[in-house]
Ligand binder design. Structure first.
Ligand code: HEM
Length: 511
């Protein structure tokens, strides 16, 4: 590595031999000093680093982080450290250490680092996902969790919301008339509609201007957060003109205008009865814990939670659906087996939540989709809140931990032929469902995804209803969906086209 640095310096060296010797020796010593004297990184294997730049010069090559970390893992081992600019970060490529950090020592590693983009997005950490660990964050997370549970399984409310959106989606997909089309816009619209209904009871028809607005700002935020890059490593860079940050601020303004209006409408009509939606549930629970240090749950917290339901709940769920559809188009026998299970267990009536236990193979297909293409291939960074250790290596307070779920979900020590789409790996010899410990698409521990049960319910109801009512295949002559994906805020499939054919009796899409 130093040879690369030295060779890049060689044109700068003057010709005189004695001077050449002294200058060369000085540069060499300086480089050695910089390499050796970068911040202490304990006993972990580490990438080299330079002050200010950290290990960034050794992280080139254009690979997205999950693939870069997997490749570096072959050289440095499953756990190694690097400097992201000035920030000491530990990368975990193996499930044992990931479980240690997320579960066994979950509380010690439940912090989040400060980032310029997410600070803007969340009014200084008034959300759940990017807020650092604190008593107020715990209270906020509990309130959100309870509010989600109110509309989750059991209550039937969420099922009604999702099924109504599914009906619209099926009608729209089947109106394609057998022509090849990209399913992504319709799927994203359907999932956005579920979240809009869940959060503020608005249901939109296709083409509604308010729904378009929600989808536009959400997409703008997702695209710019993904491009935040250097400003999140070097916060002082925010003083320079930055097109991404400007777009982000514009989208946030539109988002906040719309959500504030919904919040005011809800406050004006709030009563003590059962909550109509998530905003009601949050407003009703707002008074609890006002004694907390740093105040209680403010209107900003409520607003940021509503915003996060879109930010964290739309792109992840719709992208997971699109990955699974892409794999089903690649694997027609898997699609037919899911449909045979649906035929046998459900027949012609609409699918409902209580069918979940009767459709184990479909659940395995969903799991396999999330294993092979985790939409969050590297989890949101965690930070050590105290001096701790990982795999016996000391780790100092403030260290960032990057869990590479991609590497864990593709670890050949734990997954037979990890690059093969094989839902049967989630069934044991007796055909019973199993969940291996190295499968963690929603993370684990104190920072596990708050929307996990909601997302699982949506995935189940969307996929079961779609596959009951229609079949997906490639348009004639088209090449199959590209399965490499592209990393934005989530790992997405590249656009692809499908042809849908209705199942007999479901020609209209809904009954
Ligand atoms: C297939 C869909 C989804 C997947 C795969 C997914 C995955 C994840 C992952 C991997 C994390 C990070 C865990 C960590 O940092 O250790 C996370 C966090 C989070 N997710 Fe999800 N998610 C999904 C859907 C949702 C939905 C529908 C919502 C809400 C409506 C949601 C809300 C959140 C929140 C608030 C956090 C932050 C939790 C915290 O930091 O304490 N997610 N999710």
């Amino acid at each position: 590595m130093s040879s690369r640095v030295l060779s890049s310096l060689s044109p700068l060296l003057p010709p005189s031999p004695p001077l050449f010797f002294f200058v060369g020796a000085a540069i060499l010593l300086l480089l050695l000093f910089l390499l050796v004297c970068s911040p202490a990184r304990g006993s972990l294997p580490s990438l080299p680093s330079l002050p200010l730049l950290g290990s960034l010069p050794w992280m080139g090559g254009g690979l997205p982080p999950h693939l870069l970390f997997s490749e570096l893992g072959h050289r440095y081992g499953p756990v190694f450290s690097l400097l992201l600019g000035p920030h000491l970060s530990v990368v975990l490529n193996r499930h044992q250490e990931a479980r240690e950090v997320l579960l066994q020592r979950g509380r010690e590693f439940a912090g989040r680092p400060f980032m310029v983009t997410t600070d803007l997005l969340t009014r200084g950490g008034k959300d759940i996902a990017f807020s650092d660990f604190s008593p107020l964050w715990k209270l906020h997370r509990r309130l959100v969790h309870n509010s989600f549970s109110l509309f989750g399984e059991g209550s039937g409310r969420l099922q009604d919301i999702v099924l109504s959106s599914v009906d619209d989606l099926c009608v729209e997909l089947l109106s394609g008339g057998g022509r090849g089309f990209d399913p992504s816009p319709a799927v994203t619209r359907a999932v956005t509609n579920v979240v809009c209904t869940l959060v503020f009871s608005s249901t939109y028809r296709h083409g509604d201007t308010e729904l378009q607005e929600v989808m536009r700002y959400n997409d703008g935020i997702v695209q710019t957060i993904a491009g935040g890059g250097l400003v999140d490593i070097y916060p002082w860079m925010k003083v320079f003109p930055n097109r991404c940050l400007r777009t982000l601020k514009d989208c946030i303004t539109v988002r906040d205008r719309l959500l504030s209006r919904k919040l005011e409408e809800h406050k004006a009509s709030l009563n003590d009865g059962p909550p109509r939606d998530l905003l009601d549930a949050l407003l009703q629970g707002q008074g609890e814990g006002v004694q907390q240090e740093g105040g209680g749950i403010t209107d900003d917290h409520v607003l940021m939670t509503a915003a996060e339901a879109f930010g964290a709940g739309v792109e992840t769920t719709s992208t997971t659906l699109l990955w699974i559809l892409a794999y089903l188009v690649h694997h027609p026998p898997v699609q037919r087996r899911v449909q045979a299970e649906l035929d046998k267990q459900v027949g012609e009536r609409p699918v409902c939540v209580s069918d979940r236990s009767r459709l184990p193979y479909l659940e395995c297909v969903i799991n396999e989709g999330m294993r092979i293409r985790p939409v969050s291939p590297v989890l949101i960074p965690h930070t050590a809140m105290t001096d701790s250790s990982i795999g016996g290596h000391p780790v100092g307070r403030g260290t960032r931990v990057l869990v590479n779920m991609w590497a864990i979900h593709h670890d050949p020590e734990h997954w037979d032929k990890p690059d093969l789409f094989n839902p049967d790996r989630f069934l044991d010899d007796r055909g019973q469902r199993v969940t291996p410990p190295c499968f963690m698409p929603f993370g684990a521990g104190p920072r596990v995804c708050v929307g996990e049960s909601l997302a699982r319910l949506e995935l189940f109801l969307f996929l079961s209803s779609l596959l009951q009512r229609m079949s997906f295949k490639l348009p004639d002559g088209a090449s199959p969906p590209n399965l490499q994906g592209r990393l934005g805020v989530v790992l997405q499939p590249l656009p692809y086209k499908v042809v849908v054919t209705p199942t007999e009796g479901w020609e209209g899409g809904a009954k």
